[in-house]
Design a protein around this ligand. Structure first.
Ligand SMILES: *Cc1c(COP(=O)(O)O)cnc(C)c1O
Length: 356
Protein backbone atom coordinates (compact mmCIF):
# COMPACT_ATOMS: atom_id res chain seq x y z
CA UNK A 1 0.00 0.00 0.00
CA UNK A 2 1.21 3.41 -0.85
CA UNK A 3 1.64 5.62 2.15
CA UNK A 4 2.31 9.32 1.87
CA UNK A 5 4.82 10.07 4.57
CA UNK A 6 5.23 13.73 3.98
CA UNK A 7 2.55 15.94 2.59
CA UNK A 8 3.92 18.43 0.09
CA UNK A 9 3.68 22.08 1.06
CA UNK A 10 0.40 23.14 -0.47
CA UNK A 11 0.72 26.88 -0.16
CA UNK A 12 -0.72 28.65 -3.18
CA UNK A 13 1.79 30.67 -5.09
CA UNK A 14 0.83 34.34 -5.21
CA UNK A 15 0.91 35.50 -8.84
CA UNK A 16 2.56 38.76 -9.90
CA UNK A 17 -0.75 40.01 -11.23
CA UNK A 18 -4.38 38.89 -11.42
CA UNK A 19 -7.24 40.93 -12.90
CA UNK A 20 -9.97 41.94 -10.47
CA UNK A 21 -13.32 41.35 -12.15
CA UNK A 22 -16.40 42.07 -10.06
CA UNK A 23 -20.04 40.97 -10.50
CA UNK A 24 -20.71 44.56 -11.68
CA UNK A 25 -18.16 44.12 -14.47
CA UNK A 26 -19.80 40.84 -15.46
CA UNK A 27 -23.25 42.48 -15.49
CA UNK A 28 -21.98 45.34 -17.67
CA UNK A 29 -20.53 42.91 -20.22
CA UNK A 30 -23.62 40.69 -20.13
CA UNK A 31 -25.87 43.67 -20.81
CA UNK A 32 -23.91 44.42 -23.98
CA UNK A 33 -24.03 40.78 -25.09
CA UNK A 34 -27.80 40.77 -24.63
CA UNK A 35 -28.29 44.13 -26.33
CA UNK A 36 -27.45 42.76 -29.77
CA UNK A 37 -24.91 45.54 -30.38
CA UNK A 38 -21.41 44.30 -29.61
CA UNK A 39 -19.15 46.24 -32.03
CA UNK A 40 -18.06 49.86 -31.48
CA UNK A 41 -21.19 51.70 -30.40
CA UNK A 42 -22.81 53.50 -27.48
CA UNK A 43 -20.52 52.02 -24.78
CA UNK A 44 -17.42 53.23 -26.64
CA UNK A 45 -19.01 56.64 -26.96
CA UNK A 46 -19.84 56.51 -23.24
CA UNK A 47 -16.24 55.63 -22.34
CA UNK A 48 -14.99 58.61 -24.35
CA UNK A 49 -17.47 60.88 -22.56
CA UNK A 50 -16.35 59.44 -19.19
CA UNK A 51 -12.77 60.40 -20.01
CA UNK A 52 -13.63 63.92 -21.05
CA UNK A 53 -15.51 64.30 -17.76
CA UNK A 54 -12.57 62.87 -15.78
CA UNK A 55 -10.06 65.18 -17.50
CA UNK A 56 -12.36 68.20 -17.39
CA UNK A 57 -12.09 69.16 -21.08
CA UNK A 58 -10.61 68.09 -24.45
CA UNK A 59 -11.58 65.11 -26.59
CA UNK A 60 -11.15 61.33 -26.34
CA UNK A 61 -10.94 58.47 -28.82
CA UNK A 62 -11.12 54.84 -27.69
CA UNK A 63 -9.00 52.38 -29.68
CA UNK A 64 -8.02 48.71 -29.83
CA UNK A 65 -4.80 48.98 -27.78
CA UNK A 66 -2.33 51.26 -26.06
CA UNK A 67 0.05 50.65 -28.96
CA UNK A 68 -2.48 51.84 -31.54
CA UNK A 69 -3.12 54.83 -29.26
CA UNK A 70 0.59 55.79 -29.15
CA UNK A 71 0.79 55.63 -32.95
CA UNK A 72 -2.38 57.68 -33.45
CA UNK A 73 -1.29 60.21 -30.81
CA UNK A 74 1.78 60.95 -32.96
CA UNK A 75 -0.34 60.94 -36.13
CA UNK A 76 -2.88 63.30 -34.58
CA UNK A 77 -0.13 65.73 -33.58
CA UNK A 78 1.10 65.73 -37.18
CA UNK A 79 4.35 63.85 -36.52
CA UNK A 80 5.42 62.22 -39.76
CA UNK A 81 8.23 61.35 -42.10
CA UNK A 82 11.71 61.95 -40.78
CA UNK A 83 10.72 63.84 -37.63
CA UNK A 84 12.61 62.98 -34.47
CA UNK A 85 10.73 61.62 -31.48
CA UNK A 86 12.44 61.32 -28.08
CA UNK A 87 11.67 58.12 -26.14
CA UNK A 88 13.07 56.75 -22.85
CA UNK A 89 15.13 53.58 -23.29
CA UNK A 90 13.59 51.98 -20.17
CA UNK A 91 10.17 51.33 -21.76
CA UNK A 92 8.36 48.73 -23.84
CA UNK A 93 8.90 48.26 -27.55
CA UNK A 94 5.42 49.71 -28.21
CA UNK A 95 7.09 53.15 -28.15
CA UNK A 96 9.51 52.28 -30.96
CA UNK A 97 6.74 50.62 -32.96
CA UNK A 98 4.56 53.73 -32.70
CA UNK A 99 7.36 56.06 -33.80
CA UNK A 100 8.20 53.89 -36.82
CA UNK A 101 4.50 53.48 -37.72
CA UNK A 102 4.18 57.26 -37.81
CA UNK A 103 7.20 57.58 -40.11
CA UNK A 104 9.26 59.29 -37.42
CA UNK A 105 12.76 58.49 -36.16
CA UNK A 106 13.25 57.48 -32.51
CA UNK A 107 15.85 59.33 -30.41
CA UNK A 108 16.48 57.11 -27.41
CA UNK A 109 17.27 58.79 -24.08
CA UNK A 110 18.56 57.36 -20.79
CA UNK A 111 16.39 57.52 -17.65
CA UNK A 112 17.20 58.75 -14.14
CA UNK A 113 18.60 56.09 -11.83
CA UNK A 114 16.01 56.46 -9.06
CA UNK A 115 12.70 57.42 -10.75
CA UNK A 116 13.26 55.46 -14.01
CA UNK A 117 11.68 58.25 -16.09
CA UNK A 118 13.23 60.08 -19.02
CA UNK A 119 16.31 62.05 -17.90
CA UNK A 120 15.74 65.66 -18.97
CA UNK A 121 19.46 66.38 -18.63
CA UNK A 122 20.13 64.05 -21.55
CA UNK A 123 17.79 65.74 -24.05
CA UNK A 124 20.46 68.11 -25.38
CA UNK A 125 22.92 65.35 -26.23
CA UNK A 126 20.62 62.43 -27.02
CA UNK A 127 17.68 64.14 -28.75
CA UNK A 128 18.74 67.70 -29.69
CA UNK A 129 16.35 67.93 -32.65
CA UNK A 130 13.29 66.22 -31.17
CA UNK A 131 10.01 67.58 -32.50
CA UNK A 132 8.06 65.40 -30.09
CA UNK A 133 8.59 63.11 -27.11
CA UNK A 134 6.76 60.10 -25.70
CA UNK A 135 7.08 60.38 -21.94
CA UNK A 136 6.30 57.31 -19.82
CA UNK A 137 5.21 57.89 -16.23
CA UNK A 138 7.13 54.76 -15.31
CA UNK A 139 5.25 52.43 -12.91
CA UNK A 140 3.33 55.54 -11.83
CA UNK A 141 6.28 57.91 -11.20
CA UNK A 142 5.75 61.21 -13.01
CA UNK A 143 8.10 62.71 -15.54
CA UNK A 144 8.39 66.51 -15.84
CA UNK A 145 6.27 67.15 -18.92
CA UNK A 146 6.14 70.95 -18.54
CA UNK A 147 9.91 71.19 -18.92
CA UNK A 148 9.73 69.49 -22.33
CA UNK A 149 6.87 71.66 -23.53
CA UNK A 150 8.82 74.75 -22.48
CA UNK A 151 11.53 73.61 -24.88
CA UNK A 152 8.95 73.61 -27.70
CA UNK A 153 8.69 69.81 -27.83
CA UNK A 154 5.25 68.25 -28.43
CA UNK A 155 4.54 65.76 -25.67
CA UNK A 156 2.66 62.46 -25.68
CA UNK A 157 2.14 61.41 -22.07
CA UNK A 158 2.17 57.62 -21.92
CA UNK A 159 -0.24 57.08 -19.01
CA UNK A 160 -0.50 53.30 -19.43
CA UNK A 161 0.85 53.00 -15.84
CA UNK A 162 -0.81 56.09 -14.42
CA UNK A 163 -4.53 56.43 -15.03
CA UNK A 164 -6.28 59.08 -12.92
CA UNK A 165 -4.70 61.55 -10.50
CA UNK A 166 -2.44 64.30 -11.77
CA UNK A 167 -0.53 62.58 -14.61
CA UNK A 168 -1.83 63.12 -18.14
CA UNK A 169 -2.82 66.75 -17.86
CA UNK A 170 0.37 68.61 -18.81
CA UNK A 171 1.15 67.22 -22.25
CA UNK A 172 -0.49 67.70 -25.64
CA UNK A 173 -1.93 64.20 -25.77
CA UNK A 174 -2.27 61.35 -23.22
CA UNK A 175 -2.39 57.67 -24.02
CA UNK A 176 -3.95 54.83 -22.01
CA UNK A 177 -3.92 51.04 -22.24
CA UNK A 178 -6.58 48.66 -20.93
CA UNK A 179 -4.53 45.49 -21.43
CA UNK A 180 -5.18 42.68 -18.92
CA UNK A 181 -2.33 43.68 -16.57
CA UNK A 182 -3.12 47.42 -16.35
CA UNK A 183 -4.87 49.30 -13.54
CA UNK A 184 -8.18 49.31 -15.46
CA UNK A 185 -8.80 46.56 -18.00
CA UNK A 186 -11.17 45.31 -20.65
CA UNK A 187 -8.88 42.44 -21.72
CA UNK A 188 -7.31 44.81 -24.20
CA UNK A 189 -7.99 48.31 -25.45
CA UNK A 190 -6.56 51.80 -25.50
CA UNK A 191 -7.53 55.45 -25.56
CA UNK A 192 -6.15 58.79 -26.61
CA UNK A 193 -7.13 61.95 -24.77
CA UNK A 194 -6.16 65.26 -26.34
CA UNK A 195 -6.42 68.76 -24.97
CA UNK A 196 -7.13 70.02 -28.47
CA UNK A 197 -10.39 68.87 -30.05
CA UNK A 198 -8.70 69.10 -33.44
CA UNK A 199 -6.25 66.33 -32.57
CA UNK A 200 -8.91 63.96 -31.25
CA UNK A 201 -11.06 64.59 -34.35
CA UNK A 202 -8.12 63.57 -36.57
CA UNK A 203 -7.80 60.32 -34.62
CA UNK A 204 -11.54 59.61 -34.69
CA UNK A 205 -11.43 60.13 -38.46
CA UNK A 206 -8.56 57.64 -38.85
CA UNK A 207 -10.42 54.98 -36.84
CA UNK A 208 -13.56 55.31 -39.02
CA UNK A 209 -12.01 53.27 -41.82
CA UNK A 210 -15.09 52.01 -43.63
CA UNK A 211 -17.87 53.62 -45.74
CA UNK A 212 -16.11 56.96 -46.18
CA UNK A 213 -16.87 59.20 -49.13
CA UNK A 214 -13.31 60.42 -49.64
CA UNK A 215 -10.55 57.82 -49.50
CA UNK A 216 -7.34 58.30 -47.54
CA UNK A 217 -5.46 55.39 -45.90
CA UNK A 218 -7.07 54.72 -42.52
CA UNK A 219 -7.19 51.61 -40.36
CA UNK A 220 -9.52 49.60 -38.16
CA UNK A 221 -8.25 50.27 -34.65
CA UNK A 222 -11.70 50.11 -33.07
CA UNK A 223 -12.66 48.98 -29.60
CA UNK A 224 -15.77 46.81 -29.17
CA UNK A 225 -18.68 47.72 -26.88
CA UNK A 226 -17.96 44.51 -24.93
CA UNK A 227 -14.55 45.86 -23.94
CA UNK A 228 -15.84 49.40 -23.39
CA UNK A 229 -18.57 48.21 -21.01
CA UNK A 230 -16.06 46.38 -18.82
CA UNK A 231 -13.61 49.30 -18.88
CA UNK A 232 -16.38 51.76 -17.91
CA UNK A 233 -17.49 49.51 -15.07
CA UNK A 234 -13.91 49.37 -13.75
CA UNK A 235 -13.38 53.09 -14.30
CA UNK A 236 -16.35 53.86 -12.05
CA UNK A 237 -14.36 52.19 -9.22
CA UNK A 238 -11.07 53.96 -9.99
CA UNK A 239 -10.90 55.77 -6.62
CA UNK A 240 -11.38 52.51 -4.74
CA UNK A 241 -8.81 50.70 -6.91
CA UNK A 242 -6.29 53.53 -6.48
CA UNK A 243 -6.63 53.67 -2.71
CA UNK A 244 -6.23 49.89 -2.40
CA UNK A 245 -3.04 50.10 -4.47
CA UNK A 246 -1.72 52.95 -2.31
CA UNK A 247 -2.58 51.04 0.85
CA UNK A 248 -0.67 47.91 -0.26
CA UNK A 249 2.24 50.06 -1.46
CA UNK A 250 2.54 51.75 1.95
CA UNK A 251 2.43 48.41 3.80
CA UNK A 252 5.27 47.00 1.66
CA UNK A 253 7.29 50.19 2.01
CA UNK A 254 7.09 50.08 5.79
CA UNK A 255 8.06 46.39 5.88
CA UNK A 256 11.06 46.74 3.56
CA UNK A 257 14.42 46.28 5.34
CA UNK A 258 16.60 49.38 5.40
CA UNK A 259 19.31 48.08 3.09
CA UNK A 260 16.80 47.84 0.22
CA UNK A 261 15.30 50.86 -1.51
CA UNK A 262 12.20 51.33 -3.59
CA UNK A 263 11.74 53.29 -6.82
CA UNK A 264 11.49 57.01 -6.06
CA UNK A 265 8.47 59.09 -7.05
CA UNK A 266 5.56 56.87 -6.09
CA UNK A 267 4.41 58.57 -2.91
CA UNK A 268 2.00 61.49 -2.96
CA UNK A 269 -1.71 62.17 -2.90
CA UNK A 270 -2.27 62.33 -6.67
CA UNK A 271 -0.02 59.36 -7.57
CA UNK A 272 -1.25 55.79 -7.91
CA UNK A 273 1.55 53.20 -7.73
CA UNK A 274 1.37 50.73 -10.59
CA UNK A 275 4.28 48.64 -9.39
CA UNK A 276 6.30 48.17 -6.24
CA UNK A 277 9.82 47.95 -7.58
CA UNK A 278 12.61 47.16 -5.14
CA UNK A 279 16.07 48.40 -6.03
CA UNK A 280 19.10 46.48 -4.75
CA UNK A 281 22.77 47.32 -4.57
CA UNK A 282 23.81 44.78 -7.18
CA UNK A 283 22.51 41.93 -9.32
CA UNK A 284 23.54 39.23 -6.87
CA UNK A 285 21.38 40.79 -4.11
CA UNK A 286 18.47 41.12 -6.55
CA UNK A 287 18.70 37.47 -7.58
CA UNK A 288 18.91 36.38 -3.94
CA UNK A 289 15.85 38.47 -3.14
CA UNK A 290 13.94 36.85 -5.99
CA UNK A 291 14.88 33.40 -4.65
CA UNK A 292 13.81 34.38 -1.14
CA UNK A 293 10.40 35.63 -2.31
CA UNK A 294 9.93 32.52 -4.43
CA UNK A 295 10.61 30.26 -1.42
CA UNK A 296 7.82 32.18 0.34
CA UNK A 297 5.47 31.47 -2.57
CA UNK A 298 5.56 35.01 -3.95
CA UNK A 299 6.00 35.54 -7.69
CA UNK A 300 8.20 38.47 -8.62
CA UNK A 301 9.39 39.68 -12.01
CA UNK A 302 12.23 41.71 -13.41
CA UNK A 303 10.08 44.51 -14.85
CA UNK A 304 12.26 45.16 -17.90
CA UNK A 305 15.14 42.90 -18.92
CA UNK A 306 18.38 44.17 -20.45
CA UNK A 307 17.64 42.86 -23.96
CA UNK A 308 14.34 44.83 -23.95
CA UNK A 309 15.99 48.22 -23.47
CA UNK A 310 15.18 50.28 -26.54
CA UNK A 311 18.79 51.30 -27.18
CA UNK A 312 19.71 47.59 -27.19
CA UNK A 313 16.99 46.82 -29.75
CA UNK A 314 18.44 49.56 -31.97
CA UNK A 315 22.03 48.43 -31.47
CA UNK A 316 23.11 51.76 -29.93
CA UNK A 317 26.16 52.13 -27.70
CA UNK A 318 25.21 50.75 -24.27
CA UNK A 319 27.71 53.03 -22.53
CA UNK A 320 25.51 56.01 -23.34
CA UNK A 321 22.73 54.51 -21.18
CA UNK A 322 24.41 53.77 -17.81
CA UNK A 323 21.35 54.29 -15.63
CA UNK A 324 19.01 51.98 -17.57
CA UNK A 325 21.78 49.38 -17.82
CA UNK A 326 22.08 49.44 -14.02
CA UNK A 327 18.32 49.40 -13.36
CA UNK A 328 17.74 46.18 -15.33
CA UNK A 329 20.26 44.37 -13.07
CA UNK A 330 19.06 45.70 -9.74
CA UNK A 331 15.24 45.80 -9.83
CA UNK A 332 12.52 43.39 -8.83
CA UNK A 333 8.75 43.94 -8.98
CA UNK A 334 6.49 42.56 -6.23
CA UNK A 335 2.81 41.68 -6.68
CA UNK A 336 0.82 44.93 -6.36
CA UNK A 337 -2.76 44.60 -7.51
CA UNK A 338 -6.08 45.41 -5.85
CA UNK A 339 -7.30 41.80 -6.01
CA UNK A 340 -4.66 40.65 -3.50
CA UNK A 341 -6.46 39.25 -0.47
CA UNK A 342 -5.53 40.44 3.03
CA UNK A 343 -3.99 37.05 3.80
CA UNK A 344 -1.90 37.18 0.61
CA UNK A 345 -0.69 40.64 1.59
CA UNK A 346 0.20 39.32 5.06
CA UNK A 347 2.22 36.50 3.51
CA UNK A 348 4.14 39.03 1.38
CA UNK A 349 4.77 41.20 4.46
CA UNK A 350 6.10 38.19 6.37
CA UNK A 351 8.41 37.38 3.46
CA UNK A 352 9.66 40.99 3.42
CA UNK A 353 10.27 41.02 7.15
CA UNK A 354 12.33 37.81 6.88
CA UNK A 355 14.82 39.18 4.38
CA UNK A 356 18.38 38.99 5.68
C1 LIG B 1 1.06 48.42 -21.85
C2 LIG B 1 1.85 49.57 -22.30
C3 LIG B 1 1.83 50.02 -23.62
C4 LIG B 1 1.14 49.28 -24.73
O1 LIG B 1 -0.20 49.06 -24.52
P1 LIG B 1 -0.94 47.81 -25.23
O2 LIG B 1 -2.36 48.01 -24.89
O3 LIG B 1 -0.37 46.56 -24.63
O4 LIG B 1 -0.67 47.90 -26.69
C5 LIG B 1 2.56 51.15 -23.94
N1 LIG B 1 3.27 51.81 -23.00
C6 LIG B 1 3.32 51.40 -21.73
C7 LIG B 1 4.11 52.19 -20.73
C8 LIG B 1 2.62 50.26 -21.33
O5 LIG B 1 2.68 49.85 -20.06
Amino acid sequence: MLTVKQRPLMVDVIPHNRPLITPEDEQAVLAVLKSGHIAQGPEVEGLEADFVTMMGDGGACALSSGSASLFLALYGMGIGKGQKVAVPTYACSALLNAVYMSGGIPNVIDVTEDTFVLDLDRIDDQAPEAAAAIVVHCFGASADVKNLRDRGILVVEDCCHSIGGSPGRDGDVSVYSFHATKTITGGSGGLVWARSGKISEQIVDFRQHDCREKYIPRFNFQMSDIQAAMIRSQLSRLDEIASRRKHIYDLYKNALPEFLSVQVGLSGPSITPYRFVVQTEDQETRDRLQGHMSRHGVTTIVPIERYELLHRYLGLDAEAYPNAEKIVDTTLSLPLFPGLSDSEIDRILVALSNIQ
